[in-house]
Design a protein around this ligand. Structure first.
Ligand code: KIV
Length: 280
């Protein structure tokens, strides 16, 4: 398979071909995403909630992101690897540039994503000028969860929708190659998609977006009882793992596992010699 690049993604928008993106946080997830033909893998700072057990993405650090990006980059060879710049890692131009660089140099990503509109446009411009592709993120931006007061749709009012459009325009003008629209009403996402020449990647924002992104754990029943409205469960992997673990526990307790098949015996002559040595 040919490596997906920024230009592949832009061509897909022009050709009206849907773009696929999923999060991944480690090597096996990235290998599976690659085998499934996913265009973009996002090493999302959602790793904080899905894998590290944090309440929000706010606690995620650059060290967390580099650690997980490295693992994903080893497994996902064909998709374009986009890594999230975590909370407060890009709020000065200098930090933004340095940390974006770290995600590529130390993590092995090929692009970075950051949250915000007009207020981050200068940062986007500077990172892009350094040769690093940037994906924007508008609507519900999880790093601002405490400002929003919860996981709520954004751009529901006419004024809010206009601000969102302006933010999207600012990101495009700054050189972003795509924009995630998270929890944005269908009609607003449709309008932004129509206005921009760069692709929109939706999550909870309806089918008019140029592509879709989902959190891996939501797709496969790995997020416990948390079932967000924007997600669809494609397989009950969590339940399958739980069943398997329960069977494993029972079989070990009952002496059913392991058997001859799971180990090997010593060569007969070596065994005799071994016993003799022990007797001495
Ligand atoms: O971190 C993440 O998983 C994200 C997606 C929700 C787009 O930013």
């Amino acid at each position: 398979m040919k490596k997906v690049t920024v230009s592949t993604i832009l061509k897909k928008k022009k050709a009206k071909e849907k773009i696929t993106m999923v999060t991944a946080y480690d090597y096996p997830m990235a290998v599976l995403a690659d085998q499934a033909g996913i265009d973009l893998i996002l090493v999302g700072d959602s790793v904080g909630m899905t894998v590290l057990g944090y309440d929000t993405t706010v606690q995620v650090t650059m060290e967390d992101m580099i650690h997980h990006t490295k693992a994903v980059a080893s497994g996902g060879k064909t998709p374009l690897i986009v890594a999230d710049l975590p909370f407060l890692s890009y709020h000065t131009l200098e930090d933004g540039l340095r940390n974006a660089g770290r995600l590529l140099q130390e993590g092995g990503a090929q692009a970075v994503k950051l949250e915000g509109g007009k207020e981050v446009a200068n940062t986007v411009e500077q990172i892009v000028a350094a040769g690093i592709p940037v994906m924007g993120h508008l609507g519900f931006t999880p790093q601002s969860v405490h400002k929003f007061g919860g996981f709520y749709f954004q751009g529901k009012s006419s004024q809010g929708a206009v601000e969102l459009v302006e933010g999207a325009r600012a990101l495009e003008a700054a050189g972003a190659f795509a924009v995630v629209l998270e929890l944005v009403p269908w009609e607003v996402a449709e309008k932004v998609t129509e206005i921009l020449t760069i692709p929109t990647i939706g999550i909870g924002s309806g089918p008019a977006c140029d592509g879709q992104v989902q959190v891996f754990h939501d797709l496969f029943g790995l997020a416990g009882n948390f079932k967000p409205r924007h997600a669809k469960e494609y397989a009950k992997v969590g339940e399958a793992i739980l069943d398997g673990l329960r069977t494993y526990v029972r079989e070990v307790k009952e002496g059913i596992f392991p058997t001859e098949e799971n180990t090997r015996r010593m060569d007969e002559t070596e065994l005799v010699a071994f016993k003799r040595l022990l007797e001495k």
